[in-house]
Design a protein around this ligand. Structure first.
Ligand code: GDP
Length: 334
């Protein structure tokens, strides 16, 4: 009979050293630790992060969005592989938006970016979006920091353009790229103005074969719209370009735009200022999240809330009076 090996639990230093030496298994384990909601994991994760923080920040953080089918995974695979060939270390975190609603997954069931995932210089990881907004922000942000500490100098955060996660992703990246498609006016209208307002650049993908001409027309149209929109980044004017993830055409153009953006915003101080603002925004988000958690997990609140809700439904309490009452219950219990 074989004796089972006894594993001692990993210590803070095991995680820290594993990440700093870019041991992939330990990087993945640390991210799993970060993603856990269990209290003891949270405490351990805090200690690990604290030790890793001095090693973070040295990357360019890129957000990429686009509707399903826009070609995001094909494009990230081509773009990421090109950067790896250039000598970069690329981490891709894909936020899967569907799990909040259905518990299912848009991204999970097909194998995406297989080639990039196998590249020794790349790291591809889906990031769960289940739970609260604060939860998504925390887990993705902390995962990004782990990747930076592990030496990845390009971080790509991918989100499916459903309108839910774009603002969250914009709030944690330096550069936000929107992948668009060609098509008649309809599709252009289909892209929410709100999403275009977040974009530092728009790349119209699938500009190949018969579609090339239409892509060029779409580019002109997007540029007209962008001209009138306020830029999300001070001192930077977003522009539209065409590319083909399939043929590789102008994929390098994406990197050129990003390098230019980095140069301009670092020179003006906007880059650093935004990172500081994002950090404080993150703190606010976490405070909100913590307050919410404390409130809804409070025993008296849990006991009284169903009753109060039912009073509202039966017109025995106005919503405002209901809130006042439940807050009083919470305040008295603290
Ligand atoms: P995602 O849902 O945004 O990740 O899109 P995918 O990368 O899965 O691509 C959706 C479909 O479009 C796939 O069938 C791809 O092969 C195809 N596709 C992606 N990029 C291009 C491109 O540049 N040109 C053409 N012709 N097809 C593309």
């Amino acid at each position: 009979m074989t004796k089972k090996k006894r594993h001692r639990p990993f210590t803070v230093d095991d995680y820290v050293e594993g990440v700093l030496s870019r041991d992939r298994v330990m990087v993945a384990r640390t991210i799993t630790l970060i993603e856990s909601n269990a209290k003891k994991h949270r405490e351990l994760a805090e200690l690990v992060l604290k030790k890793l923080l001095p090693h973070t920040g040295n990357s360019i953080r890129i957000g990429i969005t686009g509707v399903p089918g826009a070609g995001k995974s094909t494009l990230i695979e081509a773009f990421g592989s090109m950067l790896c060939d250039d000598g970069h270390q690329v981490a891709v975190l894909a936020i899967d938006p569907s799990s909040t609603v259905t518990g299912g997954s848009i991204l999970g069931d097909k194998t995406r970016m297989e080639k990039l995932a196998r590249n020794p210089k790349a790291f591809v990881r889906p990031s769960p979006s289940g739970g609260t907004l604060g939860g998504v922000t925390r887990k993705t942000r902390e995962t990004m920091l782990i990747c930076e500490a592990a030496g990845f100098d390009v971080i790509i955060i991918e989100t499916v353009g459903t309108g839910q996660n774009e603002v969250t992703v914009r709030s944690m990246v330096d550069f936000f790229l929107v992948i668009a498609l060609t098509g008649a006016g309809d599709e252009l209208q289909g892209m929410k103005k709100g999403v275009m307002e977040l974009a530092d650049s728009i790349f119209i993908n699938k500009a190949d074969g018969d579609n090339k001409q239409r892509a060029l027309q779409a580019r002109a149209e997007y540029n007209r719209i962008l001209y009138f929109l306020q830029s999300p980044t001070e001192g930077w004017k977003p522009k539209a370009f065409t590319c083909s993830a399939m043929t590789g055409d102008n994929i390098r153009g994406i990197w050129d735009v990003i390098l230019k953006f980095e140069e301009v915003t670092k020179d003006s101080g906007v880059f650093e200022r935004r990172r500081k603002e994002q950090l404080l925004e993150w703190v606010d988000w976490m405070i909100e999240d913590e307050l919410k958690r404390r409130f809804f997990e409070n025993e008296a609140v849990k006991k009284q809330l169903p009753h109060i809700r039912s009073n509202v439904l039966h017109a025995e309490l106005s919503p405002a009076a209901a809130v006042k009452k439940i807050m009083e219950i919470y305040d008295n219990q603290k």
